[in-house]
Write a protein that binds this ligand. Structure first.
Ligand code: ADP
Ligand code: ZN
Length: 515
């Protein structure tokens, strides 16, 4: 194993940095010890260094799988500028350049070779004679059909570990919910991988959700309260980007629309103007933002509900990169949910997409700290309230929900964590229906123990428990409800639970609407 001094000197000499970012050193040491690694780290966290530095510390060539050809080129250019011999190989290159890269590679002249997953089969022969130092798989969530960006070309990557069992594999991504994280290790054949999940918390982002009525007026009021700030408004359709940009401009603000239907020249011009602070406001579809590095975006508004939490979190994450307070505002309307469900009806993995949309909806309807909801979704068990979201700022009225939570957790335990929300509610309420009788659940000790709570309220409380990280919905297995470690401390260690009173919250919302 390399000494810390050696790694620090490589860091200084090749990259010009004095110290490691959180998790980087631990990841690098695992790889140098020969372990496989799964790394979940937010964008900008410093993932590349986690494989670039060990590639330098070891003999041989590192293979880096990366799906984005443009980013591949940027990374290789940056490495070369630091005096590191690196190259990339993909289908967009002219054949001479491909051959040149291949020659460099087979002669062992490269420390790193970047490859698009589709191009990997072309290297198959060349790989045999090579001393491979490590295999890095970037954007690893693309391998999982439970992820939000599944790419078929990723599926074959599982053979790499089988073919090169002694070569450490590192999978990296900035966005994977808990199920996807597990899937990555399984599908890449690295069951013993060490997991490094960095914190996803961006505490400078204020999180707010509002009902989506009169959105344009609400946005104009928002802009009035945030003069001279730069921000992005995301919407679902190309048409609405243009419509909204027009409305904003006619109220005297400097704004531009952006969507994939525009020519690429037009798009780069708009991006440029935004980055250079000439156009402060962009109204865009989600096509906007990938690879845009602008530190002073002060707010992000979602005109429409995003289709999953991964996308939402990436989009709001484009604000406040400088660490200074930024505002995020999500408009929630039931019409959006219906429209999104109609889109989903026509896709391949509709079941997964529906489950992800369910979670997005639960976030929007949350009655507990929104940051807790988000971080729990990514598998971080965050148990404090953040103080920097709308719920923390104007909290609903809470009551001591410990006994109710215990009943719910205990029912789930007795049903062996095999059932979804609906049946758990039926059992708690003592429902006399076929589903309950078929499984003999009427004999459970918790049967009917919450018969005084209405079906809808109980459903809301259970969603609160999911959002607080007490329960988990395993949507890979018919959305069965499962207990987290927090549930166990509620059942066995007397840990208290606060639940929001549903009635009071609804009255508050009504009042706000009338204002
Ligand atoms: P990610 O792939 O996680 O989005 P990058 O690998 O592109 O992030 O790194 C983001 C930025 O942080 C880059 O400019 C990179 O050079 C810088 N960086 C990475 N590690 C360090 C470090 N230890 N010290 C200072 N800057 C770092
Ligand atoms: Zn909060």
């Amino acid at each position: 194993m390399a000494s810390s001094e050696l790694l620090l000197s490589l860091l200084k000499n090749h990259f010009g940095y004095d110290s490691f970012r959180p998790n980087q050193l631990a990841i690098i040491n695992d790889l140098l010890d020969g372990s496989d690694v799964v790394t979940i780290m937010p964008t900008g966290g410093g993932k590349s260094l986690c494989f670039q530095l060990p590639a330098l510390a070891k003999n041989g060539t590192a293979i880096v799988i990366s799906p984005l050809i443009a980013l591949m080129k940027d990374q290789v250019d940056a490495l070369r500028a630091n005096g590191i011999s690196a190259s990339y190989f993909n289908s967009s290159q002219p054949p001479e350049l491909q051959q040149e890269t291949l020659d460099d590679f087979t002669n062992g002249n490269l420390k790193l070779l970047y490859v698009a997953p589709e191009s990997l089969p072309l290297l198959d022969n060349a790989l045999s004679g090579i001393d491979i130092s490590l295999i890095a798989i970037d954007e690893a969530h693309c391998i999982s059909s439970w992820g939000h960006d599944f790419r078929p070309a990723y599926v074959q990557l599982g053979y790499l570990k089988k073919r090169f069992p002694a070569v450490p594999v590192i999978a990296l991504t900035a966005t994977a919910d808990k199920a996807t994280q597990q899937d990555i290790a399984t599908l890449l054949n690295i069951p013993k991988a060490k997991f490094h999940v960095s914190s996803f918390d961006r505490e400078n982002l204020y999180l707010e959700v509002r009902p989506g009525n009169n959105r344009i007026n609400q946005i104009l009021n928002f802009l009035e309260e945030h003069p001279d700030e730069s921000g992005i408004i995301y919407c679902l359709s190309r048409k609405s980007t243009e419509k909204i940009a027009e409305k904003i401009k006619s109220s005297g603000y400097d704004a531009a629309a952006y969507h994939a239907g525009m020519s690429s020249q037009e798009r780069s011009k708009i991006q440029e103007e935004f980055i250079n602070d000439r156009t402060p406001i962009i109204v865009a579809t989600i096509a906007f933002g990938m690879g845009i590095d602008k530190s002073n975006v002060r707010w992000v508004i979602h005109y429409n509900l995003p289709k999953n939490i991964e996308g939402y979190y990436q989009e709001i994450g484009r604000s406040g990169r400088d660490g200074i307070t930024a505002n995020t505002l999500l408009f929630y309307s039931y019409a959006d949910i219906i429209q999104l469900r109609q889109f989903i009806a026509n896709v391949d993995n509709a079941e997964v997409q529906h489950a992800k949309l369910d979670r997005m909806q639960q976030f929007a309807e949350a009655l507990s700290c929104r940051r807790r909801v988000l971080l729990n979704y990514f598998g971080e068990h965050y148990t404090e309230n953040c103080g920097n979201c709308d719920i923390c700022k104007t909290p609903p009225t809470y009551f001591d929900g410990t006994i109710l939570a215990q009943k719910v957790c205990s029912a789930i335990t007795r049903m062996k964590e095999q059932e979804g929300v609906g049946l758990v509610i039926d059992v708690l309420r003592g429902a006399k229906n076929a589903q309950v009788y078929d499984k003999n659940y009427q004999h459970l000790k918790t049967y009917g123990s919450a018969s005084d709570v209405s079906w809808k309220d109980l459903q809301q409380y259970i969603i609160q428990l999911v959002n607080q990280g007490v329960l988990e919905i395993n949507f890979r297995e018919h959305s069965r409800l499962m207990l987290t470690p927090l549930a166990k401390s509620i059942l066995f260690d007397g840990k208290k639970v606060s639940l929001a009173s549903i009635q009071v919250k609804q009255e508050k919302l009504e009042k706000e609407r009338k204002k």
